[in-house]
Write a protein that binds this ligand. Sequence first.
Ligand code: HEC
Ligand code: HEC
Length: 324
Amino acid sequence: MNRFWNYWIIVLTTVNVVAMLWLLYMTARKRPGDQAPGEATTGHTWDGDLSEYNNPLPRWWLWGFYFSIAFAVVYLALYPGLGNFAGRLGWTQESAWATDVRHASRESTARLAHFDSMELDELRENTEAMRTARNLFAANCAACHGTDAHGAKGFPNLTDHDWLHGGTAAAITTTLQQGRQGVMPAWGSILGAEGVEQVANYVLSLSGQTVSATLANAGADKFAQTCAACHGVEGRGNMALGSPNLTDNIWLYGGTVETIKETVAKGRTNRMPAHLALLGPTRIKLLTAYVLNLSQADHTPRPNDHDSTEETHHDAARSGQSSH
Ligand code: HEC
Ligand code: HEC
């Protein structure tokens, strides 16, 4: 608030309070010559005989007014209200909010503390832990991945065994803590419309769909040159880069030739936000256990969940080979 509005508000408020006091005092004061209550009228008469008493305010009513004026003065001294004056208590909306949040988060962290010492496998078996995790998922993840975790276009399904970044406990923990980024470059200007069409047909052929053999054959070479570095020679993807497996007929953006052409021509940029600062390590652990259960209700990892070791990933990334 600049100086003018600051003083404007201070003066207006003070003048109002003082004027109220003066008004009360003037109306409550007995003047010489006042008639007794119940006799005095304002002197106005309507319809010939309808007149108006001029009785003083009842005492209790008057004290109510005095009390509210005193309240206003004390309030304005303690809390913000008079222009830029912060009030003697130093109260702010932000600090009140921050205190509430601190209390709530300390309480819920304390409630979760007994999960700290538990192993992931224990948590996965623990009904209470998984109920808490389900609530955490609903509050923090469902907006993007869906309440049933089946995902949507651009948001991966977490219940299948197809992983962009890896389905091991370690990979999921990293995903949740640090977030992930998926960047598929745009190839439209390099390949041209025809090249994009060919390569898209080849991509579809990888998951056994019927496509034009001529187009797919022409696309195979281009794929080896431009795409294999990230998606692997066989198109099975590379979890170290977050590049999806193109052979399993599971699609992040859609498996029609049109969608694939759009992906290839324009590229895609996708982001899973980091959650460590927001949720803290205990909640991340609970959610990791929950995500593992989503895809392995029976606790048995499938081949795709064990995407192979980190080392082969780095080798694959370097040599442009698929990690499978
Ligand atoms: C703002 C949207 C958003 C929110 C909120 C979000 N995610 Fe994600 N998540 C994504 C996107 C987008 C990706 C895919 C990133 C990519 O394309 O590489 C992803 C990827 C993932 C993956 C990796 C999947 C794979 O195939 O490797 C996991 C696991 C995951 N999210 C779990 C969670 C959990 C648990 C939460 C809640 C704490 C959460 N996400 C919150 C958008 C979100
Ligand atoms: C620099 C690495 C890189 C290169 C090169 C690359 N891609 Fe990708 N591609 C990715 C990543 C990463 C994603 C996932 C994007 C995301 O998470 O949103 C992706 C996604 C895709 C998808 C979407 C899959 C789905 O499930 O919807 C298709 C299709 C695809 N790429 C095809 C290609 C083709 C064809 C080429 C060659 C012309 C190619 N990519 C080259 C990294 C790459």
